[in-house]
Write a protein that binds this ligand. Structure first.
Ligand SMILES: [Zn+2]
Length: 267
């Protein structure tokens, strides 16, 4: 409020002590002020204090609710951007069917990785999940991504290598507005990158090279990658080549072989 010069002249505060008889707190001596040439209504100081505290508490509750909803919105956005396939959205470690002892070991390794994600991210430790189809590799990888996003507030992106190859190959066309480097730099951005279906089709030299470039982009940025393949380890090693495998193993990288029998359809 802007006060006119005339009113300003009354602003020199006069103060006096008055008695009030508060229904809650009994008789109190309180300060009262003269404002705009009039004495205010004396109020119980304890009631005023209670009112102020209640208001502060209400404000804090409102702020916390606002923070929570903002955080939930950010998690939802990060989850949308992660592009997890609908089949694996919302997958958690708890609903992983681990009947086989090896499956239990795989579950524990992946859950530990997710629990320690900030440290794994700091070191750039990757994981390779390879072996039989239907053993839950994508399920576990998506559960790691979910934990990275929801528990640790990090970002993750899921995509098949087929899609990753197309994204890079699209830049080879003359009309492409993006350069290969720009396409590759996309893969270096998320805190966690999941590349699924490695080796699903016969890989041309160009594709093998793109796979290396993506893994290398992550490696140079010291960011973790999860590679998923239905190939057995020896076939994956041959497909991906030493350059890829070496980078995946660095900085505490882990390999989990899923060679027990499929549980898909067993339920
Ligand atoms: Zn009172």
């Amino acid at each position: 409020m802007k006060l006119s010069g005339d009113r300003m002249s009354h602003l020199s505060l006069e103060e006096r002590t008055e008695s009030v008889n508060c229904p809650s707190h009994g008789p109190r001596e309180v300060r009262n002020f003269k404002l705009f040439a009039e004495w205010g209504k004396p109020e119980c100081d304890l009631c005023e204090k209670e009112k102020r505290l209640a208001q502060e508490q209400a404000d804090a509750v409102a702020r916390a609710a606002e923070d929570k909803s903002r955080q939930e919105r950010m998690i939802r956005q990060a989850y949308d951007r992660a592009a997890i396939p609908p089949r694996f959205q919302g997958k958690a470690f708890d609903d992983f069917a681990a009947g086989d002892p090896q499956a239990i070991a795989a579950l524990i390794t992946c859950r530990d990785y997710a629990d320690q994600f900030p440290e794994r991210l700091r070191l750039g430790s990757s994981i390779m999940l390879c072996g039989n189809t239907g053993t839950g590799k994508t399920h576990l990888a998506c559960a790691i991504a979910r934990s990275a996003i929801e528990t640790h507030g990090k970002t993750a992106v899921y995509l098949t290598v087929g899609r990753a190859f197309r994204m890079v190959k699209d830049t080879y066309r003359r009309e492409s507005r993006k350069s290969e480097e720009e396409a590759l730099s996309f893969f270096g951005k998320p805190d966690l990158l999941i590349l699924d279906e490695v080796g699903v089709q016969y890989g041309s030299d160009t594709e093998k090279n793109i796979l290396f470039e993506i893994v290398n982009e992550r490696y140079e940025a010291m960011k973790p990658t999860i590679l998923i393949s239905n190939l057995a380890l020896s076939a994956l090693a041959e497909y991906a080549g030493d350059r890829v495998l070496d980078r995946m193993k660095e900085n505490g990288g882990k390999l989990i072989v899923f060679d027990w029998k499929s549980y898909r359809g067993a339920a």
